[in-house]
Design a protein around this ligand. Structure first.
Ligand code: NI
Length: 256
């Protein structure tokens, strides 16, 4: 079984003590590719440098809504330059977070708007973060509908919202939250979505699946989310894993 964790943060300090050993262990656990997601401008070169020396890793460049107020006139060029480097494929993670509101909402919207334009100009997929901001998020995505491609990550919305994302051409990714006891709505969405638009992710070190909730998450645990997905959809694990793997290659435009 080949697994592709489409959203990880292996550069998080939670991995400082054992990052190299953990990364080296992943292929032996069936995780053959990981997308390392960038969160802020300082992370852009760190992600590109990590990806450059680990051949099964891919990377993104972008500024998370939490860091939107760090955006400067030079940030877009910094992202453009990183996207020219090896296996740097996507613009992310970008979006809106009205739960924490670490950056003012108008700044979050402007920075998302700029990065959606940049992704289109570079013809790259986006990795989207939407927390309690569905209305403004969908407005911005609709405004950028032409040429839009990518992933709605850690999806927690309704089936109707998921359907809107599908109509915009997006893939929808689920992680450990699917295994939580209160995951009624995501389970309903996973059950109803077409198999060719689903993705597997961890968002590690966060969102650790049951029964390891409370401990550090890592890409190998996306297997538990896959098992839950297969159970919910009544599908064979191997068949589903194969489909999710191919979906990840498709959305990130990887040919192998
Ligand atoms: Ni993330």
């Amino acid at each position: 079984m080949k697994l592709f964790d489409t959203h990880a943060h292996l550069l998080d300090e939670a991995f400082d003590a054992d990052r190299e050993a953990l990364i080296a262990s992943l292929p032996g656990k069936g995780v053959v590719h990981v997308m390392e997601c960038c969160c802020d401008e300082a992370g852009i070169d760190r992600v590109a440098n990590l990806v450059a020396r680990v051949p099964f890793l891919y990377g993104s460049a972008g500024v998370h809504p939490h860091s939107a107020d760090e955006w400067t006139s030079e940030t877009a060029d910094h992202i453009r330059a990183a996207l020219q480097r090896e296996r740097m494929l996507a613009v992310g993670e970008i979006g809106l977070d009205y739960h924490y509101d670490f950056s003012p909402r108008n700044v979050q919207k402007d920075v998302l708007d700029a990065q959606l334009s940049l992704a289109k100009e570079q013809s790259r997929p986006v990795i989207l973060h939407d927390r309690e901001a569905h209305g403004d998020m969908m407005d911005l995505l609709r405004a950028h509908k032409d040429g839009l491609k990518g992933i709605m990550h850690c999806f927690s919305g309704s089936y109707e919202t998921a359907k809107e994302c599908l109509d915009l051409g997006l893939f929808i990714a689920f992680g450990g939250a699917l295994t939580f006891k209160n995951a009624v709505r995501p389970i309903e969405v996973v059950r109803r979505l077409p198999i060719d638009r689903l993705l597997l992710e961890t968002d590690c070190p966060y969102m650790t699946p049951v029964p390891f909730r409370g401990q550090r998450n890592d890409p190998s645990l996306c297997r538990l989310t896959l098992e839950k997905m297969a159970e919910v959809r009544g599908e064979d694990r191997e068949t589903l894993a194969d489909a999710l793997y191919r979906n990840a290659l498709t959305v990130y435009e990887i040919t192998e």
